[in-house]
Design a protein around this ligand. Sequence first.
Ligand code: 3HC
Ligand code: NAI
Length: 706
Amino acid sequence: MTSESAGHDVRRELRNRVLVLTVDNPPVNALGVVVRRALSDAVEAAEQDSAVDAVLLIGAGRNFIGGADIKEFGKPPLPPSLPVVCNRIEACRKPVVAAIHGAALGGGLEIALAAHYRIALADARLGLPEVTLGLLPGAGGTQRAPRLIGAKAALDLMLSGRHVGAREAFALGLVDRVGETDDVLTEGLDYLKALLDAKAPVRRTRDADGLADPVASRAAIEAARAETSKKSRGLFSPLKIVDAVQAALELPFDDGLRHERQLFLQCLDSPQRAGLIHAFFAEREVLKAPETRHAKPRAISSVGVIGGGTMGAGIAVALLDAGLPVTMIERDDASLARGRANIEKVYDGLIAKGRMTADAKAAVLARWSGSTSYDSLVSTDLVIEAVFEEMVIKQAVFAELDRVCKPGAVLATNTSYLDIDAIAASVSRPGDVVGLHFFSPANIMKLLEVVVPARVSADVVATAFDLAKKLRKVPVRAGVCDGFIGNRVLAVYRAAADYMMEDGASPYQIDRVVREFGFPMGPFQVSDLAGGDIGWATRKRRAASRDPKQRYVQIADRICERGWFGQKTGRGYYLYPDGARTGKPDPEVEAIIDAERERASVTPRTFSDEEIMRRYMAAMINEGANVVHQRIALRPLDVDVTFLYGYGFPRHRGGPMQYADTVGLAKVLADIREFAQEDPVFWQPSPLIVGLVERGATLASLNHTA
Ligand code: 3HC
Ligand code: NAI
């Protein structure tokens, strides 16, 4: 065995006449320009070198190759491009084998597809997830994958973006062999030796016959096109993927590659690509809150939940699902039984759908215990309070926790709006108190606002982030204020929607327009789903402290006064006959709105769909900017992630702050100033936006300043 040069990004080593190329570009061996160049040069060198019989491609660290370097997208391209590198590998006249462990995703899998043979280890994850970034596989993937595994399977991989394991990859024909150990180098070398011993020829994927049956291929493409048109709701790249596979069927390989390139560049240029890649980095960036850099999380191996209502039960399920034992505390036995029943309902739903067995449910519930005595929490590491939204009740609960919990236990509240500094100040250990604001249904919604009161210790915040990871939630650090990040911004754009409704737009038009923008539901549908009574109670509580200059729309109150709280009462803004989940417009609600317009002396006017969305987004963006300005959110991207994961903001638009940059902040500011002419109290431009526009800067420019 001799060793050749040790490059930085692709190491070369000659072993028994096999040139081993190890892609070594931490953290995920992304195919940045240096790696591309090094790979291309190394294959060239292997071909020239008479001491080399074959090439083995592997990755260093935990993955084969995580894909193209996403950070390069949107910047001027640097040669060689990835398709050129893949072609270079495929054209090699000596056998090239890819041995895959960990991730072989996107361009990583495309490199493997360009190799002549592939072996995957048990931990391998293969996929073409470009669609999740607004792209299509642009290094030959749309041409090689269908030739290798057929149009149907390739389309499924590319349109879903899902990862497949080694066994499935083998069954699909994506790899030729599954390794038996976790030693990728040895497995790869053994496989190569077997191939060389058998005099296996150089075999190129471009010549594979997966599209040999044109009728079946065409049917798969047409089926995918029909399904994608129906399901992909305004997304750009999915139909381009179908087009590219059609090109694979109809064109010679090299022409198909050229066509793929054109389509890839169109996707690359799309704002959807920018939005989705922003979302990719933002959801990783939120994990890096300042406290997580310096402080070590406390160990959490048991959790208490106070309250077994909507949120307490959902939070308990999230914890149980993560394998944690949960002790639930309720006011009395009947409430405790209801809390337990709320939890069981979730699992029974899964059983009914065939997604869980009765035994699995029993195993999960074995981790649950209930009590009406706080003394059951003496040894608990973390307690999450989810009782009624009343300061006196919360403080009474915290007094009990202060009395019984062991030193060092983390004391968290799930309050939606209350002042967590005041809750912390009421106990003898304010450093242990933090906000863990889950979203309903708490076992499903990914967002977890980690609300950081003034006196909390850093390790408690780090513990909250650590818990989020265990629960597979996306944590966003938020400061204390009324509504934190999400609900504070929500209150403002909800008000904008109410104003438009009173001024002449119907709630049904507003909901439709918001859906067409990409939200799964409009604001009035959300209200009907959550229950109108919750907002009504909050409005009544705040009535006394409401700024009398602030416009107040009473339509929701009129609806609630009739007992119409939404889906659970069969009607709200919509009618839900016979328990229907999708509502029908209600003429009686329209009559209430008309009456309220008259009472408020409003002459209704028509709103174009475009104006509705402009106002809705201007309100959201302006308050999002205020939240950043006041350091409630660390950066604009924290607002974006909050809305992507807690409020159904369309991911391809990246979040409200990213969207503002896409539209242009100066334009958003001009809109706000225009709207302010009719209501200067509500429409006050955020100082952050004003300052950025003066400097000609974007919100994104603040994303690196946490
Ligand atoms: N390019 C640049 N950076 C990347 C990257 C990529 N393709 N993939 C991951 N990273 C970065 C992350 O931003 C993160 O950086 P940070 O530490 O500074 O926050 C770091 O690598 C580690 O990433 P994760 O935290 O996600 O690490 P995991 O171990 O949890 O997951 C992974 C590893 C499964 C590879 C995951 O990172 C992933 O899914 N990456 C993206 C895969 C992908 O979409 N590839 C397709 C790219 S597009 C393409 O290839 C186009 C081609 O067809 C032409
Ligand atoms: P809920 O009314 O469904 O449940 C509250 C539960 O707390 C009831 O089961 C009640 O018996 C119990 N409880 C009341 N006082 C108690 C005490 N002293 N000791 C023990 N248990 C007690 O309310 P929900 O919706 O679950 O809300 C709980 C908290 O979560 C509130 O602070 C709310 O603002 C917050 N929240 C609610 C969200 C929602 O969508 N419902 C979303 C996020 C937060």
